[in-house]
Ligand binder design. Structure first.
Ligand code: SDX
Length: 432
């Protein structure tokens, strides 16, 4: 639990008055000035668009250390978890705070199986969706509609495992169904005989006329890619889930909001943008210098997608692992991808360029994950869906933590008003 440094650790002078404010420090040594009494004592607010300098909550779920390039889930380094765990074990860890025992793992997996199918009436939604609908639109609509099929989610406090496994399992099924619908193939139902990721790959790529073989090496890669995305502090979509949850909205409604936030190209949508950027470079002859130049152009900036991060000011540890997974998938399928060579050249040139060095811009999680998904056979518009499936346990854990936090109340930031203080009313008949 964060503790307060000996007071008064921070003083602020406002209009000649000195206000003293407590400072709190977290497990990693990060300090924050507790300004909760500021407006009451000094009638002054703090201004921080994008909340880059604002702590919104206390959380024990993950730690992102942007200077050291460190990512911990409940104290475990991301490298340890991707090496030794399955995605389901990490989901359990994030939601329950410790890795499952064998019995707990069995029970959790049994629940995931029990909740893996979707209601037949939900499939009617799929049939009515336009073929070209973006799968993130389908995903968000289906998730919020789960609260109509399972209204008991309103009293979720009883058993988080039921609501969590229902969502974890059905999100994966919904994603696979939306893909099959988009290619006009019959859906493949989940199977009790398959693990979480094996089920997903099977639902995605098996078909009655092909004998799709589920490759254990690719199942492991899928587990690792989902683990890389499972949680990441108070990022945009997680903060959205918390904000909606702080209003008392149920878990499915809160997660639906998180899916919509993740869809943004500056956030989870970047993995799709990276591959589209690499495809364009490849189509136009593979010249990365123009993309680097455009990324630096102050007049008409076209950001280098998959580069830069609000917190990481060094290499995103997930990008390093994703690069390694990418290579392992290529070795396994016995095929390279020219986009990988372009990505490696782009990274090398950007990291050697003073513009990127001065701004501490490095590859982030999205730079290599899209190429991995492409090698696994996923269509480009599903990459952010895969990010959402991976991030779901983190969103659930964060939503649960918010609901249990005595400090938390409905989120309601303030503003600096820039509008007129008095506008004279003119009846419509007299308006020009
Ligand atoms: C994710 O928060 C999380 O944890 C998110 C995430 C998670 O797991 O949830 O890690 C997932 O969202 C990863 C980020 C994916 N998005 C992208 O790859 C899109 C490209 N990246 C950028 O748009 C940007 O780096 C952000 C959005 C990621 C971060 O933006 P910030 O922190 O608001 O940085 P900024 O816009 O203030 O930029 C600072 C400077 C600016 O230049 P100057 O005005 O100082 O001259 O760096 C420049 C920016 O123009 N810059 C870039 C750049 N990113 C920042 N220039 C070129 N290319 C880029 N990618």
């Amino acid at each position: 639990m964060p503790h307060e440094l000996p007071a008064p650790a921070a003083e602020m002078r406002v209009d000649g008055t000195t206000v003293s404010l407590p400072v709190v420090q977290d497990s990693a040594g990060n300090r924050a000035v507790d300004i909760r009494s500021l407006y009451k004592t000094a009638r002054v607010l703090t201004y921080d668009p994008g909340f880059g300098n604002t702590v919104s909550c206390r959380s024990a779920i993950s730690l992102v250390d942007g200077d050291k390039g460190l990512l911990l889930y409940r104290g475990y380094p991301i490298e340890t978890l991707t090496e030794h765990c399955t995605f389901v074990e990490v989901a359990y860890l994030l939601i329950h705070g410790q890795l499952p025992s064998h019995a707990e793992s069995e029970k959790f997996s049994e629940l995931l199986n029990r909740h893996s199918m979707i209601h037949e009436d939900m499939r009617t939604f799929f049939r009515r969706y336009p073929e070209h609908a973006h799968p993130m639109a389908v995903l968000s609509a289906m998730v919020v509609s789960l609260s109509s099929f399972y209204p008991e989610v309103e009293n979720i406090e009883e058993d988080i495992d039921i609501a969590a496994t229902r969502l974890l399992s059905k999100l994966r099924t919904i994603a696979a169904f939306s893909y099959k619908k988009s290619i006009g193939e019959p859906v493949i139902q989940p199977s009790y005989k398959l693990s979480y990721c094996a089920n997903f790959l099977n639902m995605m790529f098996a078909a009655p006329v092909t004998n799709y073989r589920i490759d254990p090496a690719l199942i492991r890669a899928m587990n690792q890619l989902f683990i890389l995305h499972a949680d990441h502090g108070q990022n945009c979509s997680t903060s959205t889930v918390r904000l909606v949850g702080s209003a008392g909205a149920n878990l499915y409604a809160s997660i639906c909001a998180g899916i919509c936030a993740l869809w943004g190209p500056l956030h989870g949508g970047a993995n799709q943008e990276v591959v589209e950027m690499l495809e364009t470079i490849f189509r136009e002859g593979g010249h990365v210098d123009q993309v680097i130049a455009r990324a630096k152009d102050r007049k008409k900036p076209q950001r280098l997608m998959g580069f830069g991060h609000r917190i990481y000011k060094t290499y995103d540890p997930r990008a390093a692992i994703a690069k390694k997974i990418c290579r392992e998938i290529f070795d396994r399928i016995g095929r390279q991808d020219p986009l990988m060579d372009i990505a490696l050249e782009l990274e090398a040139k950007a990291l050697a360029d003073p513009y990127f060095q001065e701004r501490q811009l490095y590859p982030n999680v999205d730079f290599y994950t899209g190429i991995s998904y492409r090698a696994l056979g996923f269509p480009t518009n599903m990459y952010t869906v895969l990010f959402a499936i991976g991030r779901l346990p983190g969103w659930i854990a964060q939503w649960q933590e918010l609901r249990r936090d005595p400090d938390q109340r409905i989120g309601r930031p303030q503003q600096l008003y820039t509008g007129p203080m008095e506008t004279h009313f003119v009846p419509i008949e007299k308006r020009a």
